[in-house]
Design a protein around this ligand. Structure first.
Ligand SMILES: Cc1ncc(COP(=O)(O)O)cc1O
Length: 391
């Protein structure tokens, strides 16, 4: 029996997740591992299912943005190393200790306070990756002096272990490599400063998807693989390089809830911005902006029906959209593809991102708790998870 009561769903192809990870394994030096980035609920694909598939396919560890995201993975039984990439309030250090999750740090004050909290009740030590800001301008130490001060502070801590050092690139997906090379040069000078201070380096990492594609020899101990794991390229330039071939893992599908043929002209949706003409078929689909299907697609987006493209008719509503099937007769329960392939046609997340004036990263992240996720292997549904009902 279906475990959800609506005819709109996301399909995640776990074979594509595996294939994408294996494509990067082939592209990278053998010694370089893969940290699968599954933050934002696996970029909207489902962090638990994607994380488990990535680990089963050869990833060595997982990364998330928030400690709460790591909690969900641990609750799902994932025991692999997990790194929290973002800022964690120091009061949460005990949770990190209990979950055995590694955190990011770059402040002597934070380190000192975190260690004191863990010492108070003799908690288990927490692994710390030191973040260096080489040009992202977001989090991290910016000078060798600050880096050495942070590492020295960690060495004084009985409850914190220095387990990694990393940086994050701001422009690795661009054809002009000036900025990314400058960042990598600075990162290398930080590593050299540590060596000169007789510090044994822990896990070293700097590459995101784009840098892993363009500079595989910068892989160091591991890369942080995000968008590429999901079969998406960080930029058109990266896609056109074609040195790592990826398969999109996500599709968004629905079924026609209502359909009618216009006998005479009538307007469609809020604001009456679309007028159906005689003999035009209008279908109503059970998805809207409250699901993360943007209202900016009103009168601009397209869907696939019977392998052909048809325009959204009128404004996207909170829970429903209407599409014009032109003169094509249709029936309730016929399947419609909103993102993905149908026949020879495909509506890509890149296309939707262009229509929305954003990047492909944001499009799957917008798909929220109201849409059940179906997980496929060999094109067959092997598992279902509905964020709304949590089962
Ligand atoms: C610190 C950090 N590291 C890595 C990623 C993954 O980037 P891609 O999705 O572009 O691979 C994100 C991130 O914020």
């Amino acid at each position: 029996m279906k475990s959800f009561c609506r005819d709109t769903w996301v399909e995640v192809d776990l074979d594509a997740i595996r294939a994408n990870l294996e494509a990067f394994k082939r592209h990278l030096p053998e010694k370089t591992g893969i940290m699968a980035v599954v933050k934002a609920d696996g970029y909207g694909h489902g962090a638990v299912h994607v994380g488990k598939e990535a680990l089963a396919s050869g990833a060595d560890s997982l990364a998330v943005a928030l400690l709460d995201e790591a909690l969900i993975l641990r609750r799902a039984g994932i025991t692999a190393p997990i790194l929290v990439l973002g800022y964690t309030p120091v009061e949460s250090i005990v949770t990190a200790s209990e979950l055995e999750v590694q955190l990011t740090a770059y402040s002597v004050e934070w380190i000192t306070e975190a260690n004191a909290i863990l010492q108070k009740n003799d908690h288990k030590p927490v692994g710390i990756h030191v973040k260096t800001d080489t040009g992202m301008g977001r989090l991290g130490v910016r000078t060798k002096e600050d880096l050495l001060a942070v590492v020295s502070a960690l060495e004084e801590c009985s409850k914190l272990e220095w387990t990694g050092i990393f940086t994050h690139f701001a422009c690795a997906d661009e054809p002009d490599t000036t900025h990314v090379r400058r960042q990598h040069d600075l990162f290398q000078s930080f590593l050299q400063a540590l060596r000169e201070a007789n510090k044994a380096l822990p896990t070293v990492h700097c590459c995101n998807t784009a840098a892993a594609i363009a500079f595989p020899d910068w892989g160091y101990d591991t890369i942080r693989l995000g968008i590429g794991l999901y079969g998406l390229y960080p930029s058109l330039y990266m896609k056109e390089r074609a040195d790592v071939i990826l398969a999109p893992a996500l599709a968004l599908k629905t079924k026609i809830a209502h359909v009618k043929k216009a006998d005479e002209p009538f307007t469609v949706s809020y604001g009456a911005t679309y007028s159906a003409q005689p003999d035009e078929w209008i279908a109503t689909l059970p998805i809207g902006y409250a699901d993360g299907y943007s209202r900016l697609l009103s009168n601009r987006g397209e869907v696939l029906y019977n392998g052909s493209r048809y325009p959204i008719a009128g404004r996207v509503c909170m829970d429903q959209i209407m599409v014009s099937l032109k003169s094509t007769e249709a029936a309730v329960n016929d399947e419609v593809v909103l993102y993905g392939k149908q026949g020879d046609e495909e509506i890509t997340l890149d296309e939707i991102a262009d229509l929305l004036g954003t990047i492909n990263y944001e499009v799957p992240c917008m798909l929220n708790y109201r849409i059940p996720r179906l997980y496929l292997r060999d094109q067959k549904v092997t598992d279902v998870f509905h964020p709304l009902t949590m089962k």
